[in-house]
Design a protein around this ligand. Structure first.
Ligand SMILES: O=P(O)(O)OC[C@H]1O[C@H](O)[C@H](O)[C@@H](O)[C@@H]1O
Length: 925
């Protein structure tokens, strides 16, 4: 290959020995660490052709007959297989391509290197070489055979102990394409008959040397005793596959999300048939090839990607975890010229992780995207089925809670008809408060459990919903206030689902961000706020929907014998002589049973369909989902090899193996064995940093005044108007708005109706434009403004009664606008203040606990304040106190900063914010 400039060895400055990188005349790039390890990559195929340890020992096999002049794929090293593995199937977009595609037979560009040696510590030193291939760089022949617009970025990272390879695939066109990917590692072994491949036991494999039969691997150690060509399927990406000799690992292959592993040795007869393979060389090699080849990965233009094969998805590729430095992807990767990093930049190397956009100027960080992208649409959210399950689960709760509000008064009254209305109201207050108070006590511990290795998010949700179920049925069949309150408290104690759901949505959306890094860096950066502003609205929307339909549902279904005499009453078809007996006996059980059915469906959705998102539990077998997939498959016909784009919903429904799910993949080849490390959990002290505490404080002050506002509004509205002459001065006045029950009902709908469209259509744009913290700081002050104005509504003269509704709506709109924009932002800030995924659930648990406390206290203090105000002719006092509290929260918000969130820690994409759900709807109550 003819390269433009051929530099000599380039060090990376400083007195400490640094890695060196050479670009050689023969079309290879090599890198060497100060400690002696080295790697050589041939630009033809970006094939790693040598990996040596510090003592000079070669680790990779390359045939002595390998052809290195670019006329044939290199026999050995690590060829990159894309976009098809094996012989392409007939009647498929890849069918005119050669075996294993074109990536291994194309000339790649060297994009540059980055290194980490900032600590000056030998052990930390690594060097990463990046290579690029795009549609305009492949031959005309390949382009004809596979006419898609694509970009590949392949990174090879050398560390003292291991070699890591990772690949990004991007679809740069508008049409989707199918692809396979595989890293065809040829390992050099002393004697193939003495080695074995481990960690594939019990896996199903396709035996290519036995008519592609599917077989089950029974051996713990797979010896190579003859021609071997097996594709192992659904291999847990977290369990490293190893090549061992005498029980000791020679190589450990740690994969990230690549869930097939091919084991190949041609053996004697085939070796003879291959022109570029020595007859006896099969004895000194074994191929262990991680890939995603079980089914096609589908990559849409942009970042949508799905794949289907018997309903099972496999991931597209993306980059490795070990992103210690910025990935540099030149804009001109696709321009078809040979202006690689070297030719353009003189020394061409990117030092110390500095960004370099490779456009000849070498000027620092990536520029901001020139065109501001639009917020993404609902349909672009990833993993819709997963989100839908969470949404249904979330919806089942406010639906249950608010539906009982419609008849709570009457049910309480039915327990003891002799009680006066005031006592019933008190009971209702205790009833509501007991739930949030119980939640306050347990949320942190549920959050802890959700983070722990022995429980996890999914189980906490299942327990929580089960608790809600028991609580709701128990309440429906209660015959005394004590029984009712016990069930209510039980519900609160067992249910901490909101915090866990926030955590899960956050983690689901993080996966989307992994997926989105299939695109170039700058696109990824523009993306995150957009997904964020959508996803975190899902949970509060459920609340609004629940609030709108819950009360009517409850009112409709309560006392069915009298409400529907024709169906359940005496003499009816179902009712028999006296009406349905249990409905007569427990007149409020029916709406609760209907709620129970809803909760049960949500429970089943979670059990059968929801993926665990806990970082270490996600790959463990999940009985529920395995059963769910089996059930789903029964309803789905096998569509054979007819590929089509699946939408996210379908894709998620048929998930069977978690390893299929995460759209990230990379292969790491290690020597000697390196296994995942279990991290220690941070202590409370480490967890509760200043920023986390202040963010939680902002959040709880917010929860307090919004919940107090709601409770107070619904007392304030029906409170009779004070006599006209009771007003003294500017502050001393009294009374409420004197609205009827029906009008209060309308007011509830007004609030719901203002909130929902704001959430759906306006908030994502505002959040996208302003960012999270700025949205919070800009819109929070509207709340105190509303609180200041609210009491003045009573001063509207009776003669101008028609002004009540517009004025009330205006004030409420201010508050709804404020909380709609501020509460989700507060939850995002809480989420982003956490940088360690192992405590995300705990912090959301703490947040939920504090907000439950605030929601217990807020309405209580608000109610108390209102009655004091009424008795002292200063109804405004408590509203203004509320305004002061809200302003305090606003001041605190100036002391916080938006944290990096968990995925920054993973360094997948620089400058990404943690995505997260939010909601916070409960605080509205
Ligand atoms: O000869 P190549 O095209 O390089 O393929 C070499 C081998 O690659 C993989 O391991 C496949 O499973 C084999 O079936 C194939 O023979």
């Amino acid at each position: 290959m003819d390269r433009g400039k051929k530099p000599t060895s380039i060090g990376i400055g400083g007195s400490i020995p640094q890695p060196t990188v050479n670009i050689n005349d023969n079309g290879t790039v090599d890198a060497k660490l100060p400690s002696g390890e080295s790697v050589t990559v041939h630009l033809f195929g970006a094939t790693v052709i040598s990996w040596k340890l510090a003592n000079g020992a070669e680790q990779l096999f390359v045939s002595s007959k390998a052809i290195l002049d670019g006329s044939k794929a290199i026999r050995g090293g690590i060829p990159v297989v894309f976009p098809v593995f094996g012989p392409p199937p007939p009647n498929h977009a890849t069918s005119s391509l050669p075996q294993h595609g074109f990536a291994r037979s194309s000339n790649w560009e060297f994009l540059g290197k980055s290194s980490s040696e900032s600590l000056g510590n030998k052990a930390d030193t690594t060097v990463k070489l990046d290579f690029g291939l795009s549609s305009s760089m492949i031959t005309e022949e390949f382009r004809k055979a596979w006419p898609y617009e694509f970009g590949l970025v392949y990174s090879v990272t050398l560390s003292p102990d291991n070699l890591e390879t990772s690949l990004q695939v991007q679809n740069k066109g508008s049409e989707s394409f199918d692809f396979h990917v595989l890293l065809h590692n040829y390992f050099k072994v002393p004697d193939v008959s003495k080695i074995a491949v481990t960690n594939l036991q019990d896996k199903v494999y396709i035996d290519k040397v036995d008519n592609k039969k599917e077989k089950n691997e029974t051996n713990k150690e797979i010896s190579i005793t003859g021609e071997t060509d097996r594709v192992y399927l659904d291999v847990d990406p977290t369990a490293p596959v190893a090549v061992i000799e005498n029980g000791q690992p020679l190589f450990t292959i740690t994969r990230k999300e690549l869930n097939t592993v091919t084991v190949w040795n041609p053996w004697a007869e085939n070796a003879k048939k291959m022109s570029d393979f020595g007859d006896e060389e099969y004895k000194g090699m074994v191929c262990v090839e991680p890939g995603a080849v079980k089914s096609w990965s589908v990559l849409e233009g942009g970042d949508a990607w799905e794949v289907e094969d018997e309903g099972l998805p496999t991931p597209p590729l993306l980059e490795a975890e070990n992103e210690e430095y910025d990935q540099v992807v030149p804009d001109n990767l696709d321009n078809g010229t040979d202006n690689n990093a070297l030719g353009q930049n003189g020394n061409g190397l990117i030092l110390n992780g500095d960004n370099d956009n490779n456009n000849g100027t070498g000027t620092g960080p990536d520029p901001e995207p020139e065109e501001k992208e639009k917020p993404i649409s609902w349909s672009q959210l990833p993993k819709k089925t997963q989100l839908l399950i969470l949404v249904l689960a979330r919806l089942s709760e406010p639906l249950t809670q608010t539906s009982l509000q419609a008849y709570l008064f009457y049910q309480l009254k039915s327990f003891d008809p002799s009680l006066p209305d005031s006592a019933i109201s008190r009971q209702a207050g205790i009833f509501q408060g007991s739930f949030t108070a119980a939640q306050f006590l347990t949320s942190v511990w549920w959050g802890r459990a959700a983070d722990s290795h022995w429980v996890g998010r999914k189980r906490v949700l299942l327990v929580g919903l089960f608790g809600t179920l028991i609580s709701c049925v128990g309440f429906g069949f209660s015959r005394s206030f004590t029984a009712a309150i016990i069930f209510r408290i039980l519900g609160g104690l067992m249910n901490s689902n909101v915090g866990v759901m926030r955590t899960m949505i956050s983690e689901i959306i993080i996966e989307k961000k992994y997926a989105s890094s299939l695109k170039l860096d700058r696109d990824q950066r523009a993306n995150d706020g957009r997904y964020q502003s959508r996803a975190f609205l899902l949970l509060p929307m459920c609340f609004n929907v629940g609030v709108i339909i819950g009360p009517s549902l409850g009112g409709f279904l309560a006392e069915p014998v009298t409400s529907f005499p024709g169906i359940f009453g005496p003499g009816s078809f179902l009712g028999g002589k006296d009406g349905v007996w249990w409905m007569r006996h427990w007149p409020y059980a029916f709406p609760n049973l209907v709620s129970a059915v809803f909760i049960l469906s949500a429970w089943a959705g979670i059990f059968f369909g929801l993926e665990e998102t806990h970082e270490s539990l996600r790959y463990q077998p999940d009985w529920g989902r395995t059963m769910g997939s089996a059930i789903a498959r029964r309803f789905k016909r096998n569509q054979g090899y007819r590929y089509r784009r699946l939408d996210d919903d379908e894709r998620s429904v048929f998930l069977e193996d978690d390893d299929d799910v995460v759209p990230a993949s990379a292969a790491t080849t290690s020597h000697p064995e390196t296994l995942p490390v279990k991290r220690n959990k941070p202590s409370w002290k480490q967890l509760l940093t200043r920023n986390v505490i202040l963010t939680l404080l902002t959040h709880s002050l917010l929860a307090m005044h919004t919940s107090a506002f709601n409770a107070m509004t619904f007392v304030f509205l029906p409170t009779p108007r004070a006599p006209e002459d009771s007003r003294r001065g500017f502050f001393h006045f009294n009374g409420g708005l004197g609205l009827t029950t029906q009008q209060v009902g309308i007011a509830t709908s007004v609030i719901g109706l203002i909130g929902l469209p704001l959430q759906l259509f306006v908030y994502p744009r505002v959040q996208f434009r302003l960012g999270t913290l700025k949205s919070l700081r800009s819109f929070l002050p509207l709340s105190p403004l509303a609180y200041i104005l609210m009491p003045f509504l009573v001063l509207i003269p009776r003669g101008a009664q028609f002004l009540i509704w517009p004025s009330f709506s205006f004030v409420v709109a201010l508050q709804v606008l404020s909380r709609t924009f501020v509460l989700p932002a507060a939850i995002i800030l809480v989420n982003n203040s956490v940088s360690d995924p192992s405590v995300l659930g705990t912090v959301h648990g703490v947040a939920q606990s504090i907000s439950s406390g605030a929601r217990t206290l807020g309405p209580f203090l608000g109610g108390l304040g209102l009655s004091l105000g009424l008795s002292h002719n200063i109804i405004g006092a408590v509203w203004w106190a509320l305004a002061v509290e809200a302003l305090l929260g606003w001041l605190v918000s100036w002391s916080i900063f938006e944290g990096e969130g968990i995925q920054r820690k993973k360094k997948v994409v620089p400058e990404e914010e943690a995505l997260l759900n939010s909601e916070s709807e409960e605080e509205r109550r």
